[in-house]
Structures are given as C-alpha cells and as structure tokens.
Design a protein around this ligand. Structure first.
Ligand code: HEM
Length: 220
C-alpha cells in the first residue's frame, strides 16, 4: 500500500497536477467575480476567501510531515515546497485584494490602517514572516543558506501559524463568530502538538543513547 502510494506520488505528472489543483480556488474566485456570483458584497467575499485559502494552505503544508511519517509516504516531501509557496501566493492575493478593494491602493491609508487595526497588523506580520520562507524555497537559495540555517529559518512557520490564528480570532471575535476559528485552532494545535511530541521522543532517545556506556569489544 505505502509502496504503491510512494510510486504514485513519484509519477512525473503528480507535481503539475498538484499545481493546477492549487490554482483552482483562485480560478473559482476570478470566474465568480467576472460572472457576478460572489454575493451582495464581492469585495468582502474576495478578501475573506483569499484569507481562508491562505489559512487552508498553511494547514495543508503543516500536515505534510505528519502525513509523510504516519502514512509511511516519504515521497510526499517533494510536494511540500509547492504547497508552502502557494500559501504565500494566496496571502499575496489576500493582501492585494485588501489593498485594492478596501483601500484603493492608497499607501498612506494602508499604513495608517495597519497601525490602527491590531488584527490587520498581526496579519501583516504573518505575511512579512511568510515572505522569506517563500523566497528561500528554491534549490539555489537552499544551497546558498546551507541546510542548517535553512531549517532554522523555516521554523518561522510555527510563529506564522500562531499569528494567522490570532489574526482570524481577532477578526471573528469582533463579529462574535468563533466556531470556524475553533476548528482551525484545533487543526493547527494537533499538527504542532504532533511535531512537539516527535521532537520530545527524539530528544529522549538521543539522551538515553548518550547515557549508555561506550561499546567495547565485548558488548558491541
Ligand atoms: C499569513 C497571512 C494571513 C492569513 C493566514 C490571513 C487569514 C485571514 C482569514 C482566515 C480571514 C477571515 C476570513 C473569513 O472571515 O472567512 C482574514 C480576513 C481578513 N484579513 Fe487576513 N490573513 C493574512 C494576512 C493579512 C494581511 C497581510 C492583511 C492586510 C494587510 C489582511 C487583512 C484582512 C482583512 C481586511 C480581512 C477581512 C476583515 C473583514 O472582512 O472584516 N490579512 N484573513
């Protein structure tokens, strides 16, 4: 099963297929906007939907490692980078939709609004942190940074997930509508909790190995 799953994921058309699938939400929104099917307030629908998709892609990207380990599918790792870049892609559309439809691309107003409304400031901070991760998702950048520094930089994703949740919570708490926020918070906590548990297990295993007496010719 896992061998078949890995063989499937390694097929050359899987990456292009995923690429097209990741573009579908944007295509759906563009078609909806052009055919006037985004409801009574299309600007709000565009800003909110791109925000929702940013959060969904963030969750999917965070789910790759647990899914890879739990399902025994190492080939899933080759799809993670694309999913991460699409998280940034939808965040950029979300920011652009806000800057255009809410603020009319007035830079002074945008800066004033970001400073004035804390939930927007938190979203903007998440976007700023996401940008270096997307910019270093390419082989040349990974080589230039070195694996250790690259991995350290990409730990920012935990902070980004936290800020994204705070941004969402802050926005929805003003509307007294927290059901969806609770679902995303549970998903993100589950995914980050899994990583924390794995890190703890590995640390304990490393410590107990170090505590063992050195191998001799008798117990090797
Ligand atoms: C990683 C970055 C970000 C994520 C994950 C994110 C996510 C979200 C989500 C999930 C929503 C709520 C959608 C809904 O109600 O269904 C939202 C709303 C919103 N976000 Fe973001 N966001 C991010 C960055 C930003 C940035 C950079 C800005 C602007 C500077 C921004 C401005 C807004 C605005 C104006 C709303 C709509 C508020 C309303 O309709 O009252 N967000 N965002």
């Amino acid at each position: 099963m896992t061998t078949a799953g890995n063989a499937f994921l390694l097929r050359p058309w899987v990456k292009p297929l995923l690429f097209v699938l990741c573009l579908l939400p944007l295509a759906w929104l563009v078609v909806g906007a052009l055919t006037d099917r985004l409801g009574a307030n299309p600007a709000e629908a565009l800003i909110r939907s791109t925000g929702d998709w940013t959060l969904r892609f963030l969750c999917i990207t965070l789910a790759v490692t647990p899914a890879r380990v739990v399902c025994g599918l190492p080939a899933l790792a080759r799809l993670r980078r694309m999913l991460g870049v699409f998280t940034w892609f939808y965040a950029a559309w979300h920011l652009a939709a806000y800057a255009w439809l809410d603020m009319g691309f007035d830079l002074t107003e945008i800066v004033r609004d970001i400073i004035k409304r804390p939930f927007i400031l938190v979203g903007f901070a998440a976007f700023l942190l996401l940008t270096p991760l997307a910019a270093t998702s390419f082989n040349a950048a990974i080589r230039a940074l070195g694996a250790v520094r690259w991995r350290r930089l990409h730990r920012l994703v935990y902070g980004i997930a936290f800020l994204a949740l705070v941004h969402f919570l802050w926005m929805r708490s003003a509307k007294n509508d927290l059901a969806e926020v609770a679902i995303y918070a549970a998903i993100v906590s589950g995914l980050l909790g899994w990583r924390l548990a794995r890190w703890w297990r590995e640390r304990r295993a490393a410590l107990s190995q170090r505590a063992q007496p050195p191998a001799t010719c008798f117990n090797r």
